[in-house]
Ligand binder design. Structure first.
Ligand SMILES: [Zn+2]
Length: 254
């Protein structure tokens, strides 16, 4: 225990019984009622607990564990709980990342597609305006290239990425503002960007599995359509002609 016993025993949740056991004093009947209830009472306010890394030993009188044989790991001091999630945290990484637009109106459908169709639960999410556009453009901007590469290098190494899913969506405001074209007219540029992004990714990480999809919308209904990102040779001879000045984020904010 790294925190001082004095600060621990002064906490409101700390009962006489806990104090007696930790200080070595004799049995003290607590004021909350019967034997064994003090441990329940003592756990009611974890937000007031001690220092990070502290361990608090709370053996029950009828517990098979004796003092020193078991411990409850306490977290750092926190404000009162605002919400307990129904979803559970899972330790296993899935080794997949999806790169898509941050437009929250599409987020639930992206999740459903990845979870149910692609079967990649707990996939890493990389959500930025325009999605794959940011991996397509680094060829033209060394500074942006470096930022993107740092993030991806980390994810490939630390999160053990083996698969990247690129999703571009119909009516993406990023492309609409950038190109000043209608949603339908932007689609060819989006498809080219996805293809370019796939080439960049596979160039950086040979062996990485890359796939791409267009998320389409009709009224409120969303569908997903796989895009042909071709092979490396095809991509090199099939790049969308464009002026680099049209492709940089700065052109959005002159
Ligand atoms: Zn978008």
């Amino acid at each position: 225990m790294t925190g001082s016993l004095a600060s621990l025993t002064g906490a409101p949740w700390y009962t006489d019984r806990c104090r007696a056991r930790l200080t070595g004093a004799g049995q003290v009947k607590n004021k909350f009622g019967g034997e064994g209830r003090d441990e329940q009472i003592g756990l009611q306010r974890p937000a007031l607990l001690g220092q990070p890394g502290d361990r608090m030993i709370l053996p029950s009188s009828d517990s098979p564990h004796r003092l020193g044989e078991s411990a409850i790991e306490l977290g750092p001091p926190l404000p009162m709980v605002s919400y307990h999630a129904m979803e559970r945290w899972h330790p296993e990484r899935i080794g997949a990342l999806a790169l898509y637009c941050s437009d929250g109106r599409w987020g639930e459908a992206f999740d459903e597609f990845c979870h149910r169709h692609l079967q990649i639960p707990r996939y890493d999410r990389w959500a930025v305006p325009g999605g794959p556009a940011w991996v397509a453009t680094p060829q033209e901007d060394p500074a942006l290239h470096r930022v993107i590469r740092i993030q991806l290098d980390f994810l490939v190494r630390a999160h053990e990425l083996e698969r990247v899913v690129l999703i571009t969506h119909y009516g993406c405001a990023w492309y609409g503002h950038l190109l000043q074209r209608s949603p339908g007219e932007c689609l060819s540029a989006q498809a080219e960007d996805v293809e370019s992004a796939a080439a960049v990714l596979q160039g950086w990480y040979p062996g990485l599995r890359v796939e791409a999809y267009l998320a389409m919308r009709q009224h409120e209904w969303v569908s997903f359509h796989q895009l042909d990102i071709g092979d490396e040779l095809t991509r090199r001879t099939h790049l969308w002609p464009r002026k680099s000045s049209e492709r940089t984020p700065e052109s959005l904010f002159p």
